[in-house]
Design a protein around this ligand. Structure first.
Ligand code: C2O
Length: 344
């Protein structure tokens, strides 16, 4: 059977992955309500196009900053408030929820085939909330284009101005303007790092994949133990970025370097937009070995989560609705894929 959505009234203490201790001072449980509706994807009248963060216009950055600022200023108990949004990640990833009817078995949406669908829904509502706060239903999140040499630094809008709503103090200060190191090699030769990054992307997207689950992550259903296995991108580039941005001076790599705190950095959503883009790109890669990249197992398709939508309505969403991003109303700006045929 599929993973069931959590029972919010049983949300408990989260655990710090880094040291296994409970995160006592931190309550990452969402506001309670029993009013849950099944979410229906609304008809798409206008496609939102997520832009590359490095190429975004000044006007776009202004809007994005304004929307994020408004999200931070919402009342603390509003489920759309920025900290509440960050806590969604903590609750689903740090053991605050147990699988209904399975004792104390945690719900864990990482390191399994729920990784891409869960984060796609998470960003979907985050994006709609931002759009609502600035009265722009076409607002689309930017993606951090770390798979292209032109995007291999933290996008400047996140680091340039400490007063910006996109700024976060808890980042590795050495990497604010450095070239991303997807292999965490600590190499100092920039060209070598870029070349290594492209090799990594080629392997994660193409060379290392012979089954859809190699990309998506391992089977995970009702009663499964957490962490059956990560897909290639989750294990590699995705986790490297988390670790590379998180601040080694903080006790547990906060913010981006730890599950419970990752969503507190606005850069998280920009990073994950590119992770989501990798799924979108992978689905469209010509690949004779894998003509169909759908997972048809009902335990996958019928798995479900709970989110608060842009109207603060609690909704139940299903994995089956995530397969086609265009059906969900968003697409990605077209950018070259230099890793596609990359052979070092
Ligand atoms: Cu939910 Cu990048 O992790």
């Amino acid at each position: 059977n599929p993973i069931l959505p959590p029972e919010l009234n049983k949300c408990g203490t989260a655990t710090n992955w880094n040291n296994g201790e409970s995160l006592d001072g931190i309550n990452c449980c969402p506001p309670l309500t029993t009013d849950i509706i099944d979410y229906k994807l609304p008809p798409v009248f206008r496609m939102k196009i997520r832009p590359s963060a490095h190429r975004a216009s000044a006007e776009y950055m202004y809007k994005y900053n304004l929307a994020t600022d408004r999200m931070k200023r919402l009342p603390a108990d509003d489920p759309r408030n920025f900290m509440q949004q960050a806590n969604i990640h903590c609750a689903y990833c740090n053991g605050a929820y147990d699988q209904p009817g399975q004792g104390t078995l945690d719900i864990q949406i990482h390191k399994c085939w729920l990784f891409f669908p869960f984060h796609r829904w998470y960003l979907y509502f985050y994006e709609r909330i931002l759009g609502k706060l600035i009265g722009d239903p076409t607002f689309a999140l930017p993606f951090w284009n770390w798979d292209n040499p032109k995007g291999m630094t933290i996008p400047p809008m996140f680091v340039e101005d400490p007063r910006s709503a996109l700024y976060d103090r808890k980042r590795n200060q050495k990497n604010l303007r450095a070239v991303v190191d997807l292999g965490l090699t600590d190499a100092t030769d920039t060209l070598q790092v870029v070349s290594n990054n492209l090799t990594i992307m080629h392997n994660e997207m193409i060379r290392g994949i012979s089954d859809p689950l190699d990309f998506m992550g391992a089977r995970y259903s009702e009663g499964s133990d957490p962490n059956p296995g990560e897909g290639s991108v989750e294990r590699g580039s995705h986790t490297s970025i988390h670790a590379w941005v998180g601040d080694p001076e903080q006790p547990s790599g906060e913010d981006l370097g730890n599950f419970y705190s990752a969503g507190r950095d606005p850069l998280f959503y920009c990073h994950h937009a590119n992770v989501d883009r990798m799924w979108y790109l992978w689905q469209r890669l010509p690949n004779n070995k894998l003509p169909d990249k759908r997972i048809t197992d009902p335990d996958y398709l019928n798995a479900s989560f709970l989110f608060y939508d842009e109207n603060a309505q609690l909704v139940k969403v299903y994995v089956r609705d995530t397969f086609d991003n265009r059906r969900m109303g968003f697409d990605y700006e077209r950018i070259d894929l230099p890793w596609m045929d990359y052979r070092p």
